[in-house]
Every structure is written in C-alpha cells, then in structure tokens.
Design a protein around this ligand. Structure first.
Ligand SMILES: NC(=O)c1ccc[n+]([C@@H]2O[C@H](COP(=O)([O-])OP(=O)(O)OC[C@H]3O[C@@H](n4cnc5c(N)ncnc54)[C@H](OP(=O)(O)O)[C@@H]3O)[C@@H](O)[C@H]2O)c1
Length: 239
C-alpha cells in the first residue's frame, strides 16, 4: 500500500508498543489518530510526531466504554471521512491464578482486550468496506498459543483476538480488506515488567521490533499478504 497521506488509527498510543507504532507510521507520511485514556501521554506521542513534521490527531477514549469507541469513530469520520489502517494494540494484563480471580476480573480484561477489538474492527470495517480498501492489524500475543501460568484471562483474550482476526480476514477478503495478527513474546514495556518480571530486561524484544513488523506488513506489494507473525525473544524456545 502507498502509505503517504493515509489515515491510520492506533489504539493504546500513549506508551509502549502503540507509541512506537504511531511514531513509525507518522514517519511514513501517514496521519495517525492516536487514542488511549491518558491525555498527557498522548500529547507526548503527538509532540514527538510533530517534532519531525509528522501529523497526529488525539482522540482520548476509554476502550472499556462502548459509547467512547463510537465517539472515537465519529471523530475520525468527521475529521477525515475515511480510515485506511487500524492497529488494534491497546490491552491490559492482570496476573493471577484462575482460582484467585474475582468473577468481574474476567469482564474487565475481556472488555478491553477482546470486546474493544471486536467493536473497533466493526467500526473500522463500516468505513473500510464502502472504500473497498483497508488494513487491519491486531496485536495479540504468543500467549494465544502458549499456556503461561497466571495469565489465563489475558491468554483467553488474546486467543479471542486471533479468532476474530481469522474470521474477519475471510469475511472481508473480497472487499479489498487485508487483516493480520502479530503475536509478540515479551516486549520491553510497562506491560512486560508486570507480566514477566522474571525475564532479564536485556533479553526482551524491543517495541521497535514489533513496529518494524507492522511497517513490513504495510509495505507489502498489492499481490502479497502475511496473515500472522510470531515474534519471540531470541533466548526463548523456538517454535
Ligand atoms: N509488552 C509485552 O510483553 C507484550 C507481549 C505480547 C503482546 N503484547 C501486546 O502488545 C500490546 C501493547 O502492549 P504494551 O506492552 O505496549 O503495553 P503498555 O505499555 O501497557 O501500553 C498499553 C496501552 O494500552 C492503553 N490502554 C490500556 N487500557 C486502555 C483502555 N481501557 N482504553 C484505552 N486504552 C487503554 C494504554 O493507555 P492508557 O493507560 O493511557 O489508557 C497504553 O497506551 C497489547 O495488546 C499487549 O497485549 C505486549
């Protein structure tokens, strides 16, 4: 896809991987709609983008709130009238053994990590299908495949993201829409500090590695696509 002048939405753009992706997209000449809950941090992302002449547009939203997701897309429609790329990246992790979780913990995590991805994909598709073009990249995790302890609800949410990705990729192939999922292992962000304090920080994947994968996908020729990429730490078990 020719990237210059495109409109992209990145969720969870206030820090970590989402911030890194937003900056990289802007460097490609893409106008990036950046969203998260923390306005101050979104402003930091925007300032960094504008420091090299890139374009960023902030829409603050709590993706756990359905109405705020609807507002986010109303804003995009009003401001730009189109959406070319969405990176569904925002997520939370709450560690713990399944036996110890409260019933509501499930809803809280699933609401942000999975239901918001479903709602954002739905809203994005409503704009992309009439355009007959669009790219959806969902950030899942290698926990979608592996059974790490103390990550049962998080893993369920990420397996759900994988399942949604597979279905909509097939539902909308004929509409000119390409859908992919990226499964990173432990990446050096606040989330990994919470999820995997046992791993030496020096061995963690960099946010820039995930970002490079997104850019690689976006720059594929019109005749090629990659459905899924798993990124692991070099020090983690292969396959
Ligand atoms: N780091 C890893 O080891 C790792 C590994 C595999 C997969 N991943 C995935 O990569 C993605 C990014 O993770 P990360 O490591 O960059 O995490 P992070 O540094 O904790 O950033 C998470 C982002 O999500 C946003 N967010 C959280 N709850 C939200 C809500 N209710 N509404 C709107 N935005 C919300 C946060 O912004 P606010 O707090 O400002 O709302 C933040 O921008 C996630 O999908 C994660 O599951 C990460």
């Amino acid at each position: 896809m020719e990237l210059e002048g495109r409109i992209a939405l990145v969720t969870g753009a206030s820090m970590g991987i989402g911030k890194s992706i937003s900056i990289a997209l802007a460097r490609e000449g893409i106008t990036v709609v950046i969203t998260a809950r923390t306005l101050e941090k979104l402003k930091e992302t925007k300032n960094e983008i504008e420091s090299f002449g890139g374009k960023a547009f902030i829409v603050r939203a709590d993706l756990g709130e359905q109405e705020q997701i609807a507002d986010l897309f109303r804003n995009i429609k009003r401001e730009f009238g189109r959406l070319d790329i969405i990176i569904n990246n925002a997520a939370v992790i709450v560690k713990g053994k399944l036996i110890d979780f409260a019933p509501d913990d499930f809803d809280r995590i699933i609401n942000i990590n999975l239901k918001a991805v479903y709602l954002c994909c739905q809203q994005a598709l409503k704009m992309m299908v009439p355009q007959k073009s669009g790219i959806i990249i969902n950030i899942s995790s290698n926990v979608a495949y592996k059974g790490y302890p103390e990550q049962s609800i998080y893993s369920a949410s990420k397996s759900g993201v994988l399942a949604i990705t597979k279905s909509i990729a097939n539902e909308h192939q004929q509409d000119g829409i390409s859908v992919a999922v990226i499964h990173p292992g432990a990446v050096d962000t606040g989330l990994a500090t919470q999820a995997r304090p046992d791993i030496d920080r020096k061995l963690l994947i960099l946010p820039a590695d995930v970002t490079a994968t997104v850019i690689y996908m976006l720059k594929l020729s019109e005749t090629a696509w990659v459905d899924e990429i798993i990124i692991r730490r070099r020090s983690a078990k292969p396959f």
